[in-house]
Design a protein around this ligand. Structure first.
Ligand code: TIU
Length: 222
């Protein structure tokens, strides 16, 4: 399954080796994508994110066929919330995390709302990184997994573009990984944040990463 490929991307195409590439699907959880979860309780229209599901599903299928390492992440906390800093718990003066919602306790591990949506459910053997923060490298073993598999390039999908996707891509970029954000596979509750968030990756000669899309990724992997 080794072999050099090139993905069409902005600001310029990027060569990658499938053996050294991972697909990262960030926080495609019910708590962000379905009514009654953390996202909606924060006042957001969750339907804004759902357009990312179908293209991500196509990239996931192509990545599995190509033998890529597929990594899923979930934002959430321990049952006793000991890994949730008070500053996060009480943000805005209102506590949502840990309270009971229609899909269980908000952003708490093991609850229905915390889990990944059915459409993108992990397969047995695909690593799922449970993270307490916005970035997937903070307080997790993600870097160990990637280094152990000699991963250099990350294809990035998930939500939300300006929060957990941006934080994770910035963390990855500083650690020397090449990130390709697939713009139709990431979503924001705010159309202007989606537009500007995408522009920020590719500006200044790919200052944080490259921007591509699901069709280009599927083509490059086939
Ligand atoms: N609120 C928001 O836009 N996002 C988050 O809180 N977490 C993630 O982006 N996953």
């Amino acid at each position: 399954m080794t072999g050099l490929r090139t993905i069409e991307a902005r600001p310029f195409p990027l060569a990658f080796d499938r053996a050294g590439t991972a697909l990262m699907i960030i926080d495609m959880q019910r708590d962000f994508l379905e009514p009654g979860g953390f996202g909606e309780l924060l006042g957001n229209d969750v339907s804004q994110l759902r357009s990312a599901i179908a293209p991500t599903k196509r990239v996931l299928a192509a990545s599995r066929t190509a033998g890529l390492l597929v990594i899923h992440t979930r934002e959430g906390h321990r049952l006793d919330l000991t890994d949730c800093p008070p500053a996060k718990l009480t943000r805005g003066g209102v506590t949502f995390i840990g309270t009971q919602g229609p899909m269980g306790r908000i952003l708490v591990r093991g609850e229905r709302g915390h889990d990944i949506i059915d459409e993108l459910a992990p397969r047995p053997g695909e690593p799922v990184i449970d993270k307490p923060g916005k970035g997937a490298f903070y307080a997790t073993d993600l870097e160990l997994l990637l280094r152990s598999r000699a991963v250099k390039t990350l294809l990035v999908c998930g939500v939300t573009t300006e929060v957990c996707v941006h934080t994770t891509v910035r963390e990855a970029n500083d650690r020397g990984f090449e990130c390709v954000v697939l713009e139709d596979c990431v979503g924001s509750y705010f159309p202007e944040f989606q537009r500007v968030g995408i522009a920020m990756f590719e500006a200044q000669g790919a200052i944080f990463g490259w921007v591509s899309d699901s069709a280009s990724a599927v083509r490059a992997l086939s």
